[in-house]
Design a protein around this ligand. Sequence first.
Ligand code: SF4
Ligand code: MG
Length: 281
Amino acid sequence: SESGRCASQDPYDSDSYLSAVKPIWCPGCGDYSVLSSLTNALAYLQLPPEQVALVSGIGCSSRIPAYTNVYGFHGVHGRALPVATGLKLARPDLTVLVAGGDGDGFSIGGNHFLHACRRNVDLTYIIMDNQVYGMTKGQASPTTAPDWKGSELTPEGTGVNSFQPLVIALAAGANFIARCFSGEPANLAEILVQAIQHPGFSVVQVLSPCVTFRPEQRQWKNLVRMAPEGLGTDIQAATQRLMDDDGLTIGQVLYKGNRPPYRSRKGCEKKMSELEMEFAL
Ligand code: SF4
Ligand code: MG
């Protein structure tokens, strides 16, 4: 074909999901690997790019929609989840992905995070967590440890306990919870496949080093450990496991429930043509 793809049974490879825009992340940033795991997951699922939308907020990781050729929406800070929720309810036929960082998602976007977990709309939320505001040059974020002294704004550390996104997701009702590491891209792609396939809100926290403002995170590759297999459906065990964890256990779905996803009531879904008519009026 003109696009260079042959009409085989496997029409999409991971490059099929990349745009012509080259990422401007710092060399060594974990987000490169998240992008390639995501395109591998989409290729595995053979999702047509025009059937996928990727919504983000603001931050280094939130640039990701521009680097793909699926539909993208680079929104405002912290507001990716409400945009994605509206999109999914209006267009339930689309696979809607949401991506962003820890600052965007858990600080200004924290309230939306709680309610997305509670509502259980069928979205996949990928949080590239580097425990810092990278785009604004290295301030403490909600997931930063209290004793991190790397920012001039908090030379003695914040002294504030860090936000525990997965415990909070579980308490708020999320039904698919996983933690991965950008340095384990095959495992990340596998978990993303499961997250996308899961009907309902899926939370995938990805430890993704900011090599510029948290260079010590290069050591994550020596510190992370794979969770034992077979985790998953017991909510009390998952709660205990997450409470006891140091944040470095990766690689498995830590909890998976079967609460039905939220859907628009029948008759509320509008065709795009009707919506366009209303916006035009
Ligand atoms: Fe990645 Fe940090 Fe550079 Fe942002 S500042 S692109 S998070 S390494
Ligand atoms: Mg961050």
